[in-house]
Design a protein around this ligand. Structure first.
Ligand code: GLU
Length: 485
């Protein structure tokens, strides 16, 4: 539909968790709609009763809203092409099925599940691909009507040509040719009056005037059946683009084995929506230049569907973490505090807002995900430090090759030296003075600073020791060292 207004759709099935791949496809649909002043439609494909999980549609909305891909039309938004839930559109599919049977492009099938199973078993035994054997394709209409009239249950199957080919023009893959003799006469209407995906998707994409179908590669094998239905019903075919499979860095299909695949889990772990959007767009597509950090406006200006790589898109968790850290570092202190709110479990210690901001500044560039915050920072609160001291792993305190007595001596030395420092403590001032003192005492920096930092933080990794001392102040720093010793 070259000149028709752009109408794209996300058509998820409500089967539980929202897979990150669904958001990935949503992104490209949304971007394309925005680029072309088009309409982004959300349609819930819930005709598979066996896989239906209640509440899934709400989770799809949550995931879309998280990244800012709000549909223009959908179950909640409404629109002139509703309803946007397939179960509420059954009559449309039944009419289309009847039309296809009427024109001979589909037929009633009375085969029982047991018979189909026998056929499949025989084909498997003969090392043939399992396909329907067209047993009912030769029934006359009269015979089929008589059996249905007598109450026999029937499905409707597509009557695909037995030979020849059909070509799909795919915006990402170019021409893809399918051979009919490899295709199955799929069921398009089940005996319970519910359509299967093949029929429902075509009927709705047509009825909703979808101009471009962007979906995952896993639907590519279904495309020739869809083309057949479009043609059989005399409907114009939309443009198609099948996005590649999402692979893990080991190049196998991304699954739970690679970490979480749930879109909302990424949100709940504290990935920023802007980082996630940037990450997702780079999966399978790359801007012309070198720059990888892109705002949504950059993407809207540069994205071209033809430049999507047809082969696997790699989900690189390391890259996501890198981007997320980068976007976190760009937040102002106030923004960061707001973003951290759902993740940060602060103890009841009385601290001033300025102190909190200063503490946060120390860890901002170490945050990979917002949910890391407690572990990274909470030790600065006295009550947390006190409780962690009771379970502290002593072996952490001894620097490489160091001895415990030596550590004790060095820490005592540091504590005594700190007592001699009057006035305001700044990180830079303390650092300059202390490094001179360490050298004058004939000690090594690491021998003193490592245990000092561990004593103050109880962690193998933490912000710089002088920053910590300056933040905690003389009294709290000395209290910690003394308790430690
Ligand atoms: N209902 C299909 C899904 O769950 C949609 C496939 C399509 O976009 O055509 O992904």
């Amino acid at each position: 539909m070259p000149n028709a207004p752009v109408r794209v759709r996300l058509a998820p099935s409500p089967t539980g968790e929202v897979h990150i791949g669904t958001l990935w496809i949503a992104l490209f649909n949304w971007v394309y709609a925005k680029q072309h002043h088009g309409t982004f439609v959300l349609r819930i494909e819930d005709t598979d009763q066996k896989r239906f999980v209640a509440g899934s549609a709400d989770r799809i909305y949550e995931a879309l809203y998280w990244l800012g891909f709000s549909p223009d039309e959908g179950p909640q938004e409404g629109g002139s092409f509703g309803p946007y839930i397939q179960r509420e559109r059954l009559q449309l599919y039944q009419d289309a099925a009847a039309q296809l049977v009427g024109s001979g492009r589909a037929y009633y099938c009375f085969c029982t599940p047991e018979r189909l199973e026998q056929v499949r078993a025989a084909q498997t035994a003969a090392k043939l691909p399992p396909r329907y054997d067209k047993h009912c394709a030769t029934l006359t209409r009269e015979e089929a009507d008589r059996r249905r009239g007598a109450g026999e249950s029937a499905t409707v199957r597509l009557r695909l040509p037995e030979t020849g080919t059909v070509t799909l023009h795919d915006l990402i893959r170019g021409d893809v040719i399918f051979k009919y003799d490899l295709l199955d006469d799929s069921v398009i209407m089940k005996s319970d009056g519910y359509p299967t995906y093949h029929l429902a998707v075509v009927v709705d994409d047509h009825a909703m005037q979808i101009s471009h179908v962007f979906r995952a590669e896993e639907w590519l094998p279904s495309a020739p059946k869809h083309l057949f239905i479009y043609q059989a019903l005399g409907w114009e075919v939309p443009a198609f683009a099948h996005f590649p499979l999402i692979l893990g860095t080991d190049r196998s299909k991304m699954s739970k084995r690679h970490g979480t695949t749930s879109a909302l889990m990424f949100r709940d772990q504290g990935y920023l929506p802007e980082a996630m959007r940037n990450f997702l767009v780079l999966m399978g597509w790359h801007p012309k230049g070198e720059a990888e950090v892109m705002t949504t406006d950059d993407v809207l200006a540069q994205f071209a569907i033809e430049d999507v790589h047809p082969s696997g898109a790699i989900f690189d968790q390391t890259k996501l973490d890198w981007l997320n850290g980068l976007y976190i570092r760009r937040l102002t202190p106030d923004e960061l505090q707001v973003r951290l709110e759902p993740f940060w479990h602060q103890p009841a210690d009385q601290v001033s807002p300025t102190w909190l901001t200063a503490a946060l500044r120390l860890v901002q560039d170490r945050l990979v995900k917002l949910s890391d915050i407690d572990q990274l920072i909470n030790f600065v609160f006295p009550s947390v430090w006190d409780s962690e001291l009771t379970t502290f792993e002593r072996s952490l305190l001894v620097p490489k090759k160091g001895k415990t007595d030596q550590v004790q001596q060095d820490l005592t030395w540091a504590s005594t030296w700190l007592q001699t420092q009057s006035g305001t403590w700044t990180a830079a001032g303390l650092k300059a003075a202390m490094l001179v003192a360490i050298a004058a005492a004939g000690k090594k920096n690491g021998d003193v600073l490592w245990p000092l930092r561990v004593a103050l933080s109880l962690r193998p990794a933490s912000p710089d020791v002088f920053d910590l001392i300056a933040l905690l102040g003389p009294a709290e720093s000395q209290r910690r060292i003394a308790a430690f010793l």
